[in-house]
Ligand binder design. Structure first.
Ligand code: NAD
Length: 264
């Protein structure tokens, strides 16, 4: 491990399966010595069993159900952290949701309900999580969320999720300003596309991956592990002066204004 997270209590949200970005993050935090706690969406007993057996190898000291649309779940999560850990050093917010029909077609066809769902789960949940956990955030704590290029640039079919990510990134800045005086940092990782359950809902996703391989300066897509090691860096004191930022972990794709030069 490149950083030392020994003695740190790290809460990881958003693990659904072994492809989840959150799983890559949890593995890297654990490898760096962090004591990992898991908060997962309890969709069904089957899902709970799956997440439990996947994460077992990290021996999580917390394993708590948390649907971020339920304020009582958020309160129960804070109570569990208080009882088990006393406080928390690292919070990984790695979750998002939009209805499938809102991730294709005309953006102007987004329904009010679909808009609210995407913004509530994908952006407001970070605000609420920070608000609820605020009294438990230890000095030097680091909050990391996951964003995407669609927040600031138009990506076909990303639609309402782009608006949600824009709200998420603005929230990162307001939270960083609020929590900075208590020694807490808040940052976002803007990851390049990775095949996961969530990304499979975006129409034309596989074509996007191919495009990255042709256009990104590194000529490849980013790995789950690379997002994990960056999260470990942002979680650690190695990044102690970085807050309120959106860090691109995308093999350089974001810098390109036009496709790279090709031979005629
Ligand atoms: P994923 O499907 O593995 O993870 C999404 C997670 O969100 C799941 O664990 C799911 O249980 C959780 N979730 C959804 N609704 C929830 C709720 N109401 N309460 C609690 N949890 C809820 O997919 P992923 O790609 O690993 O997504 C993780 C994060 O990374 C998301 O914020 C996503 O937008 C972001 N991201 C993904 C990519 C990509 O290409 N995969 C790129 C950039 C950013």
């Amino acid at each position: 491990p490149v950083v030392d997270l020994r003695g740190k209590k790290a809460l990881v949200t958003g693990i659904a399966n072994n492809r989840s970005i959150a799983w890559g993050v949890a593995q890297q935090l654990s490898a760096a010595g962090a004591d990992v706690g898991v908060a997962y969406l309890p969709l069904s007993d089957k899902v709970t069993t799956k997440v439990k057996s996947l994460t077992e190898e990290l021996s999580p000291s917390l394993f708590v159900p948390c649907d971020v649309t339920k304020p009582e779940d958020m309160t129960a999560l804070a109570d569990a952290i208080k009882a088990e850990w006393g406080g928390v050093d690292v919070v990984i917010h790695c979750l998002a949701f939009a209805n499938r029909e809102d991730l294709a077609g005309d953006f102007s066809a987004t329904s009010a309900g679909g808009f609210q769902t995407a913004l509530n789960i994908s952006a407001f949940s970070l605000v609420e999580m920070c608000g609820t956990l605020k009294p438990l955030l230890n000095d030097g704590a680091s909050v990391v969320t996951l964003s995407y290029l669609g927040a600031t640039k138009v990506v076909p079919n990303y639609n309402v999720m782009g608006v949600a990510k824009a709200a998420l990134e603005a929230s990162v800045r307001y939270l960083a300003a609020e929590l900075g005086p208590q020694g807490v940092r808040v940052n976002a990782i803007s990851a390049g596309p990775i095949r996961t359950l969530a990304s499979s809902a975006i129409a034309g996703f596989v074509g996007m991956l191919r495009n990255i391989e042709n256009v990104a300066p590194l000529r490849r897509t980013v790995t789950q592990k690379e997002v994990g090691t960056t999260a470990a860096f942002l979680a650690s004191s190695a990044s102690s002066a970085i807050t309120g930022q959106v860090l691109f972990v995308d093999c350089g794709y974001e810098i390109m204004g036009a496709p790279p030069k090709v031979e005629d």
